[in-house]
Design a binder for this molecule. Structure first.
Ligand SMILES: [Zn+2]
Length: 217
């Protein structure tokens, strides 16, 4: 298969509560999806750029679902970029670790029956993680980024990005405190997907009727 390529077809200034970002819209030769880069500062020929390669999570990013930590990770990444005045969030349209929103919702139903996030995906005939990062490499190259400090808790993502030729010079933890709704999901990510989690204490969710399992005090 030939290496994919991307074309930046549009870009615009997006003012946010964290400051002004540029949003770049990309077309590509691999799929028909709209992959994006959201950046601040001059990334051209920059080394060790603070970067997040974020896979779309409509439920977490847009709806604020407490089933996962995606929305809060995205928010934290933007805040960290703004703090430095330079950095990029690449937004890849691979919902539900690559299985799409419809299948993710079906997987959620399985999770509500007691299966964890990995088994639920497998039961639906998917891989535990079907994401690909080749387009992220193309987008970083287009932005002129030489190397990144990657905001992630996922060592497998670092390996996958390195395999795509991205120079990852450091990992910046992006750990969000778990809540009652997503604690099981995050434990599964730590235990079965080797995510580097749980350096932070467990906090209660917004649901006052839910107890805090294994809360230390
Ligand atoms: Zn999510």
């Amino acid at each position: 298969m030939p290496n994919p390529s991307v074309t930046r077809t549009a870009a615009a200034r997006i003012p946010t509560r964290y400051g002004d970002f540029q949003l770049c819209y990309y077309t590509n030769t691999l799929d028909n999806k709209e992959h994006l880069a959201f950046y601040m500062g001059d990334l051209t020929r920059a080394e060790g750029v603070l970067a997040r390669v974020h896979s779309e999570c409509f439920t977490g990013d847009v709806l604020g679902s407490l089933r996962c930590d995606c929305g809060e990770q995205l928010d934290r990444a933007l805040a960290l970029v703004a703090e430095e005045g330079q950095g990029v969030v690449i937004y890849l349209r691979q919902e539900g670790r690559g299985i799409g929103l419809e299948q993710k919702l079906l997987a959620y139903n399985l999770q509500d029956q007691g299966y964890d996030t990995v088994d639920a995906n497998l039961m639906l005939g998917h891989g535990a993680d079907e994401r690909s990062y080749s387009l992220a490499a193309c987008i970083l190259e287009d932005l002129g980024v030489q190397s990144v400090r990657l905001m992630t808790n996922n060592p497998a993502k670092i390996q996958a990005l390195k395999a795509e030729g991205i120079k990852v010079v450091a990992r910046v933890p992006l750990e969000i405190a778990a809540n009652a709704e997503n604690k099981g999901y995050m434990i599964t990510k730590a235990k079965r997907m080797d995510h580097l989690l749980f350096s932070k204490p467990f906090v209660s969710s917004h649901h006052s009727d839910l107890h805090e399992p294994q809360s230390t005090n």
